[in-house]
Every structure is written in structure tokens, then in C-alpha cells.
Design a protein around this ligand. Structure first.
Ligand SMILES: CC(C)(COP(=O)(O)OP(=O)(O)OC[C@H]1O[C@@H](n2cnc3c(N)ncnc32)[C@H](O)[C@@H]1OP(=O)(O)O)[C@@H](O)C(=O)NCCC(=O)NCCS
Length: 130
């Protein structure tokens, strides 16, 4: 579903997470459901982009239960910077639905090479102003 990510082995994945957790410009929260870790929501600054962006991942076994929507809503009460941006592949319907329900509106389009899909992917840029 997500286009702009890479597959990493465990060591590379841990190193990646260490870098994220050490980055003072990133805010990250673990999503838990009944005491179990279900995923994460975070906000990071991409220097090539207009402003801070949110992103989220939920474990497959937790999909379709409104967890991403609830987690992002809660996160947006904590991270109050506005405008806040998000990007999603045009075909990532679930993610676009989560963003729409949390008040993000589509403001632009972009495209880029997706390593994980091995092709060019069109994406939507969304903005939250309230
Ligand atoms: C996208 C993602 C976060 C959604 O998590 P979730 O907890 O299932 O989301 P929610 O249940 O809050 O809402 C998803 C909505 O999209 C819908 N949806 C999900 N996948 C869909 C699909 N392939 N086609 C159409 N609708 C879809 C769900 O039915 C739901 O809508 P509904 O409540 O009206 O039925 C999750 O699938 C995920 O982590 N994917 C991999 C990482 C990713 O894509 N992250 C976002 C990068 S931009």
C-alpha cells in the first residue's frame, strides 16, 4: 500500500528506527490496542518539503477496525503544529480515507520512484490547517 518505503532486514530496520528515535525533529508515538503494540504514528520534517508531515503504520492484523483513524486523531491533539502535511500514494485508499476523516484536504499531486514497487508512483499531497 505504502509506496515510499524500503524493505530492510532486522539490523537495518533497527538502525533506521534508532536514527528516527534520535532525531529531535521527529515526534513518534506507539499505537497500542488492549496493551498490544499495533503500530506507530509520527511526524517528521523532510527538508525538501514544505513542512512537517505525518505518517503511520498499523500491523495488518489490526486493519479495518478504525485504529489508524483513532490513533491519528489522538496524535493531532498532541501535535498542534499547523499546517501539517501528509502524502499518500493515489491508490492507497485506506490511508486517504484515514486522512480525510481526520480533516486533511488534498492540495496537490506529485510523483516519484517507488523502490518497493519498482516503478513511478503518483501520490497526493494533503494539508491540515485546523
Ligand atoms: C493505511 C492504514 C494505516 C489503515 O489502517 P486501519 O487501522 O485499517 O485504518 P482505519 O480502520 O482507521 O480506516 C481505514 C479505512 O479505509 C478503508 N480501506 C482500507 N483499505 C482499503 C482498500 N484497499 N480499499 C478501500 N478502502 C479501504 C477501510 O474500510 C476503512 O474505511 P471504513 O471505516 O469507512 O470502512 C493501514 O492499512 C497500514 O498501516 N497500511 C500500511 C502502511 C501505510 O500505507 N501507511 C500510510 C502511508 S501514507
Amino acid at each position: 500500500m505504502a509506496a515510499f518505503t524500503v524493505v530492510r532486514d532486522n539490523a537495518a530496520s533497527l538502525a533506521h528506527w534508532r536514527r528516527i528515535l534520535d532525531d529531535p525533529t521527529t515526534t513518534i508515538r506507539t499505537v497500542t490496542v488492549g496493551g498490544e503494540i499495533a503500530g506507530s504514528v509520527s511526524c517528521y520534517v523532510d527538508e525538501e518539503f514544505a513542512g512537517p508531515e505525518v505518517t503511520y503504520w498499523i500491523g495488518r492484523e489490526f486493519w479495518g477496525r478504525g485504529i489508524a483513524t483513532a490513533a491519528l486523531r489522538e496524535f493531532l491533539r498532541y501535535v498542534t503544529t499547523r499546517p501539517l502535511y501528509a502524502r499518500a500514494a493515489k491508490d492507497n485508499t485506506g490511508s486517504l480515507r484515514v486522512l480525510d476523516r481526520c480533516g486533511f484536504v488534498i492540495t496537490g499531486e506529485d510523483q516519484g520512484h517507488s523502490d518497493i514497487r519498482g516503478c513511478e508512483v503518483e501520490e497526493l499531497i494533503l494539508e491540515l490547517t485546523t
